[in-house]
Design a protein around this ligand. Sequence first.
Ligand code: FRU
Length: 500
Amino acid sequence: MTAQISLRSDRYNERYRPQLHFSPLMNWLNDPNGMVYFEGQYHLFYQYNPFGHIWGNMHWGHATSRNLVHWQHRPVAIPAGTVDHSYVFSGGAVVDFNHSSGLQREGEKPALIAFYTHSGDKGENQRQSISYSLDGGESWQDYAYNPVIENPGIKDFRDPKVFWDAPRNQWVMSLAAGQEILFYRSTNLLDWEFSGRFGQHEGCHRGVWECPDLFPLTTEQGETRYVLLVSINPGGPNGGSATQYFVGQFDGAQFTPCQHETRWLDWGPDNYAGVTWESAPGDLDRRLFIGWMNNWQYANQVPTYPWRGQMTQVRELTLLERDGSFWLASTPVCENRELRRQSHMPVPGQLHAGESLELAGGELLEVQLQLEDLAEDALVSVRFDNGQGEFAELRLDLAAGQFVLDRSSAGEDKTGKDFAYSYQAPVAGSLLKSMDLRLTKDASSLELYAQEGRTCMTGLFFSDAPLQRAEFRCYRGAVRVGAAQVWELESIWVGETELV
Ligand code: FRU
């Protein structure tokens, strides 16, 4: 039996509780899983421990949304094995729109099919399994002949993500195996044939490869390429876990990169294991992404209670051709505008070293700045502080050619695991005199989307008192603020109900 109740006012109001990001009411969350759009609903599943506040007992938790901003909690969709206690690890889901599998009932809705890794509780015997839903994602049942891909003797063999490869009329699965990605293909979603591998001598190899996602994107100029996301842990550019991407061609069997430089989807410490939404062909004309806003380095220690784990904002991915190569760009989905309340327009103008511009007050903020006439050695920042000595800051240092996300003064390290540092990202492409910056600031996180979304940085912080004041500063050189707009935002949980 389920019942709808209104959220009590003490829920989703705890210290550090994200107000602009999805988090479970209580207990542990890690990777987003099985995102699929069907009949007007965005499904979000996630790695969930319903019995504890640390990683373990992996189930698929479930939430749905009609606008990618407000979420409804749903009952656990796929539980850990009741008989053999096997854990349900990460994976993807598809709409079986052309009835490839034969699992749907005659004349009824297409089946939603979820692919995931069954694993022992110590991570042993990783194999790929299926569950399916015949009621649009409300209830799920295990496929009778699991696993669909047995473990071939590879220790790390997980995180299947499937998409419809329209040009070849087939389904394609990417799967992480050690430090490689394996590709499989199928016509019925049940029987899978190995078709190719990717990874040797490509990208970063300082850790295990996880959570792949392969999909086509087309540039504004009409060039289509395939993008392959690969999460890696550890080995991120700023330590711990992070997600790299490759751009190339896919012939239905093999992926061939067309550029070889290692590229990071997000240079901040806290965007991991993200993948994108699937749908029936033509139902979603955007590539939508969500990541786990955390890092394995300290994920089990972050000081939040009674939940632990939150997602990034939903982002739209696009492929841009700039400076002679392809770039994957991320920007927050336009639906977030629904959260805008009070708007501020700080007066634009020239700033010299030592000068600052008050942006707004408030804990939940969206900031958009267009900087012009940046001096070659300019050092500028967007700084969120609480007047009590704590601040989190995003700096652009043109002399060093980098962005810096600095949380070293946003409260002491409450994880005991090397948390309170600053993190660097190189400015993408050639250095310019102008720069676009977008920031989203929540109760315990900061997200930067710069250079049309080519450079992103996402970071958590846990200050002792809320960071309520936003300011733009010029530390060195000079800059002209061409346009500035700031919004105070409303919580996504206002007026929400939950299923219990
Ligand atoms: C990534 C990951 C996946 C795995 C899951 C287990 O964060 O390690 O590779 O499927 O978490 O919860």
